[in-house]
Design a protein around this ligand. Structure first.
Ligand SMILES: Nc1ncnc2c1ncn2[C@@H]1O[C@H](COP(=O)(O)OP(=O)(O)OP(=O)(O)O)[C@@H](O)[C@H]1O
Length: 736
């Protein structure tokens, strides 16, 4: 113990030194470096790099080192959250990053396959103090004993599983199990589907896989960022500290509702509406609806546009020809629009020229090319002409287009249209609208020609300015050199005005994750989707657009699926995007829910599928879950149960249908509830959907008769210790 403590002391000395260097580095980098643009740019890069290092060092404080492996040859390696090297010429490793290949036997070695190890040691620390050691002998021949032998081999794992919950998920680097390690390190670069029942560590594994990918492909991924998509904001907050604790910060966490920049979708849909909006058919329906917005005047009813030189007649033929030409470009609606506009203006100009310059005796038109160009300018400048064009081929934003579409949904069966119809201006965007907005944005495209023109104008201005600077530098040369070959290099010799202007453009200092959050067309380096079974086909279309390289880890459990639009079979989801080039792995051991609780929970899916088998629990508590009739006073019964179950340490969740929340919360002190409850408080009130992916020491499920099968299964599998069920209404058959 003493030796390990000395090692840990040395380690923290080194960390403190590194932290000092990093902090100094940031400070140095922040001090002014003169006006040189290159120097400024380099400084910004240094600040970003060094503060990243500083953040990583700060994040991993506490249980920095958690393991040691002793090799048969006598070598030993300490394993930790990040790698640390000595300040010597060789940069000798002192602490091995858990992700490094050298660390792998720590997770995989067994008595059967010792992988060259004699011994594996788990170090438990509190702050910087070593409090426990647990050794496993992996070489049976080895007679040496340390006095810290752990005959069961899983004391550290069980302690982690039994520890009180904090309301925030922790990392599992100390105790990653072999089946999990294989998934975390799966070399597969494409789509990996991780399936497993409740509590099998799917989320933990996916996050550690992200950390591993960031470690192995740092160069690429720190530029492209990793996106983690989860089912709700509470869940994202619950898992939000795992990657920073592993020293990784280049990650964007988002729910579906946040995946269209500029829109925060807080509205709600009926389950039916969400299902329809999520259906594949919507892609085709929206595409057709966009085409519908490319109109022609009715036959025999041309648009007549008053113009200084006489009325212009925009008839069906002119519009049809312009529309054909614009559609032929195959560009999105807004980008094809200029082609439509030009054709119409040309046709109307020709019409005007014919009228004005026509020779009454049938000779050639009187007007020359210049006259016609002049007429064209007049037509192009006419607001009325543009208004008429706008009626036929309007410039559309995704938001306006979708609001119009939802007011009167077309190209879907009548009953679907009825389910999603929404009066214009009523209601807020919903999560199910987000993939539709994204689809619309794809179909419409952004005609940024105006902004680009403005940007170009600004660039020209900068060039002109730079030109001025260069002229000045020329002017200030000494006369002696004026007529000779200059021997002095001046600014204008090295840079031309354009390059100088470019250098003046402001560098973008945001992190990749920040830039990604603001950019709808961002291509992420890797995407993790938790509770992936919840996503609709339309949501998959959105995500696949954000992952052109198809580098994804998908996590899910079909038995916990609740959304009507959720697609059961991975194959059906993925085939359109990657064919059969995806890997599918399963986790089989439940680390969360004790066997007693699982036995009860499994009755729910089994009522529908008698062959259903849940994952096996790794531990049991000896405490059976209870089911009680609450009598008349449900809220009172809940309050009594809460008092009885509230842990000294740890967290209790009351899971109840939303419509009962007000009644239940009334007699409870200090309960947190609502759309974004604070999971770090001792008692939290959730509806079944909010409970997805979360876990608590104790769980009280209220009125289970009102839940769907999968929601009830989710609710019953959230506890790490005790489960109680309270009901006033009849129980579902599976729990009777
Ligand atoms: N190897 C491990 N060591 C310690 N704890 C672990 C390990 N694997 C999983 N756990 C713990 O088990 C619990 C369940 O893990 P996780 O939430 O990742 O499961 P899940 O499969 O995503 O569950 P669900 O589908 O029910 O949401 C977490 O507290 C996690 O930290």
């Amino acid at each position: 113990m003493q030796l390990e403590q000395e090692f840990v002391n040395r380690l923290y000395d080194r960390v403190d030194a590194l932290r000092g260097v990093a902090a100094q580095g940031v400070e140095d980098a922040l001090t002014p470096v003169g006006n040189g643009l290159q120097a400024r740019l380099e400084r910004d890069v240094r600040v970003a790099e060094r503060s990243g290092l500083l953040a990583a060092l700060n994040a991993v404080d506490g249980s920095l080192c958690f393991g040691r492996i002793d090799l048969a040859g006598g070598e030993t390696h300490h394993i930790g959250r990040i790698g640390i090297r000595e300040d010597d010429a060789e940069h000798t490793p002192v602490l091995i990053d858990w992700r490094a290949p050298v660390a792998r036997p720590f997770y995989l070695a067994t008595g059967h396959t010792p992988m060259g190890l004699r011994r594996r040691r788990h170090l438990t620390t509190e702050g910087r103090t070593v409090t426990e050691l647990h050794d496993e002998i992996l070489d049976i021949e080895d007679g040496e004993r340390t006095g810290f032998e752990d005959p069961s081999g899983d004391t550290v794992l069980l302690a982690a599983l039994n520890s009180a919950r904090t309301g925030r998920m922790g990392d599992i680097v100390r105790t990653i199990q072999a089946e999990q390690d294989r998934i975390i390190r799966a070399p597969h670069r494409g789509v990996l589907v991780v399936e497993g029942g409740p509590g099998t560590g799917k989320t933990a594994v996916a996050l550690h896989r992200a950390a591993l990918l960031l470690y192995e492909h740092r160069e690429l991924l720190s530029k492209r960022a990793v996106l983690v998509v989860g089912p709700n904001p509470a869940f994202l907050r619950y898992i939000g500290e795992v990657l920073p604790a592993l020293g990784e910060t280049g990650v964007m966490l988002a729910t579906q509702a946040e995946l269209f920049p500029g829109v925060h979708a807080r509205g709600t849909d009926t389950p039916r509406a969400a299902a329809v909006k999520g259906g594949e058919e919507m892609a085709e329906a929206l595409a057709l609806a966009v085409r519908d917005r490319q109109r022609l005047p009715e036959p025999g009813a041309p648009l007549v546009v008053p113009h200084d030189d006489g009325d212009l007649v925009l008839d069906r033929e002119i519009a049809r020809e312009a529309r054909r030409a614009a559609r032929e470009t195959r560009l999105p609606h807004n980008l094809a629009r200029p082609y439509f506009v030009f054709r119409i203006i040309d046709a109307l100009t020709a019409q005007l020229a014919d009228r004005i310059g026509a020779d009454p005796y049938g000779g050639p038109n009187f007007l020359g090319a210049d006259d016609i160009a002049q007429l064209g300018k007049g037509v192009a400048a006419s607001a009325r002409v543009h208004a008429a064009i706008g009626e036929l081929w309007p410039a559309l934003t995704p938001e306006d287009f979708l609001a119009d579409y939802l007011a009167d949904p077309v190209h879907v069966p009548q009953e679907h249209a009825d389910a999603i119809r929404r009066a214009p201006g009523s209601g807020r965007w919903t999560p199910a609208d987000v993939p539709l907005l994204d689809e619309a944005a794809e179909l419409l495209g952004v005609d940024d020609s105006a902004e680009r023109a403005a940007a170009e104008a600004e660039r020209q201005e900068r060039i002109a300015y730079a030109q001025g600077v260069l002229e000045l530098s020329r002017g200030s040369e000494t006369y002696e050199f004026e007529d000779e070959e200059s021997e002095v290099l001046a600014a204008h010799d090295i840079v031309d005005a354009e390059r100088m202007a470019e250098r003046h453009e402001e560098a973008d200092h945001r992190t990749a994750a920040e830039r990604a959050a603001a950019d709808r067309t961002w291509a992420f380096g890797h995407i993790i989707v938790d509770e992936a079974q919840e996503l609709s086909p339309m949501a998959w279309r959105l995500l696949m657009r954000r992952s052109p390289t198809r580098s994804l880890t998908l996590v899910g459990d079909p038995a916990q699926t609740s959304e009507e639009a959720g697609v059961g079979a991975w194959d059906r989801i993925l085939r359109p995007y990657v064919g059969d080039r995806f890997e599918h792995v399963r986790l089989m051991v439940n680390y969360r829910t004790p066997a007693e609780v699982m036995e009860l929970a499994a009755r729910v899916p089994r009522a529908e599928d008698p062959s259903f088998e849940p994952p096996g629990s790794v531990r049991s508590t000896g405490e059976a879950p209870w089911i009680r009739d609450a009598g008349r006073d449900l809220a009172g019964a809940v309050a009594r149960a809460v008092t009885e179950m509230t842990p000294g340490e740890g967290r209790l969740a009351v899971i109840a249908p939303r419509e009962l929340h007000e009644e239940i919360a009334a007699p409870l002190d200090h309960v947190t509830a609502g759309a974004e409850p604070d999971l770090t408080l001792p008692v939290v009130l959730l509806d079944p959907r909010q409970a997805k992916g979360l876990e608590f020491d104790h769980v009280l499920v209220v009125e289970p008769g009102r839940y769907g099968t999968s929601d009830l299964y989710v609710a019953l599998t959230r506890a790490t210790q005790r489960l109680g069920v309270l009901h006033r209404e009849p129980l579902p058959a599976s729990l009777r």
